[in-house]
Design a binder for this molecule. Structure first.
Ligand code: UFG
Length: 329
């Protein structure tokens, strides 16, 4: 049995699906603040908050948990700049109470949703896992702090962990059963498909004066299904007795915001309006992964390394989501 915190959220729910397909039993622990019950295609749901130590203790007492995958966290970079305490309390505090509860119950394997935001502005692109961690926003800081706690605990012999540093996760279940469900989502590909669907008047491009060829930020977009399979590989590595590891999760290829917008217009067939604005607080100019280590060590083979396909699955899901919303009385 594996415990998945935040398993009803966007990334968590795709991982739960992948775990089910790989034959793992799952219990999901989620407070449903941003997640949805309908997103669970597998496993049992326990409603609870990661800061609730008693709630966590109950789950560990009732289930024989072999490993924990921890997704429950706040994830919006600009919000973290405006409300840092909210991020430290949930992302750091929640992770620590979870680790404490695991230690009490003798659970030693941990998979952590980390982020490329831990790198800040890397000296070299594509960035490797060995680069210095110098986050430039509170969100990235919270992920770096938890990684440090994990490294210290592993050193002390308390646990074995895999930290997966996600680059920009996007797309949805190819069968459009699950996908980004947050009404107030902020990520660029979701914004593009929602604008194409007519839910927003225009797509806003934040910053056109970055030191990049077209002046907009560059990111490495990874399909959520591929990312989910990376988690299954990480879990199997730990269950087989593997040692603690840190991996970048991306495709080692960067696209600018304008390239994403153009691709979204092509895929959706909608020439949606675009507005050019100033820079958004906390944004990294360029983040592209060197993802060789994940491939070499865990045998990860990307299936959906294609920006248009990523957008196409997000678009398919968005149209389903709109139908789903319309059918709720
Ligand atoms: N952007 C826009 N308009 C929008 C939304 C985003 O121009 O409406 C731009 C942003 O300014 C940024 C780029 O699109 O330049 C990507 O922004 P996202 O909000 O989609 O994602 P972030 O890069 O801010 O954050 C994501 C994850 C982080 C991770 C980071 C780095 O949420 O966990 O990618 O890879 F750290």
């Amino acid at each position: 049995m594996v415990l998945v915190t935040g398993g009803a959220g966007y990334i968590g729910s795709h991982v739960v699906k992948a775990l089910g397909e790989a034959g793992h039993e799952v219990v999901v622990y989620d407070n449903l603040s941003t997640g949805h019950k309908w997103a669970l295609l597998h496993g049992e749901l326990v409603k609870g908050d990661v800061r609730d130590v008693e709630g966590l203790d109950r789950v560990f007492s009732r289930h024989r948990v072999e490993a924990v995958l921890h997704f429950a966290a706040h994830i919006v970079v600009p919000e973290s700049v405006r409300q840092p305490l909210k991020y430290y309390i949930n992302n750091v505090g929640g992770s620590l109470s979870l680790l404490e509860s695991m230690k009490r119950h003798g659970v030693r394997r941990f998979i952590f949703s980390s982020s490329a935001a831990v790198y800040g502005v890397p000296d070299e692109i594509p960035v490797t896992e060995g680069a210095r961690l110098e986050p430039i926003n509170p969100y990235g800081q919270t992920k770096a702090v938890v990684e440090k706690a994990l490294a210290d605990m592993a050193c002390a012999g308390d646990l074995e962990y895999v930290a997966l540093r996600y680059f920009n996760v996007a797309g949805a279940d190819p069968q459009a059963r699950i996908g980004e469900g947050k009404e107030d989502a902020t990520h660029i590909i979701t914004m593009c498909v929602r604008t194409a669907a007519g839910l927003r008047p225009h797509l806003e491009v934040f910053g056109t004066d970055y030191p990049t060829p077209d002046g907009t930020c560059i990111r490495d977009y990874i399909h959520v299904e591929d990312l989910a399979r990376a988690h299954v590989l990480a879990l199997e590595h730990l269950l087989a007795g593997g040692e603690s590891r840190v991996y970048n999760c991306g495709y080692s290829r960067g696209f600018s915001v304008l390239e994403v917008v153009e691709a979204a217009k092509r895929v959706t067939g909608v020439d949606f309006p675009v507005k050019y604005s100033g820079r958004r607080e906390g944004d990294h100019p360029v983040l592209v992964a060197n993802a060789a280590k994940l491939k070499a060590e865990l045998g990860f083979i990307p299936r959906y390394d294609n920006l248009e396909y990523i957008i196409e699955t997000a678009w398919r899901w968005e149209k389903e989501r709109i139908k789903k919303l319309a059918s709720i009385p």
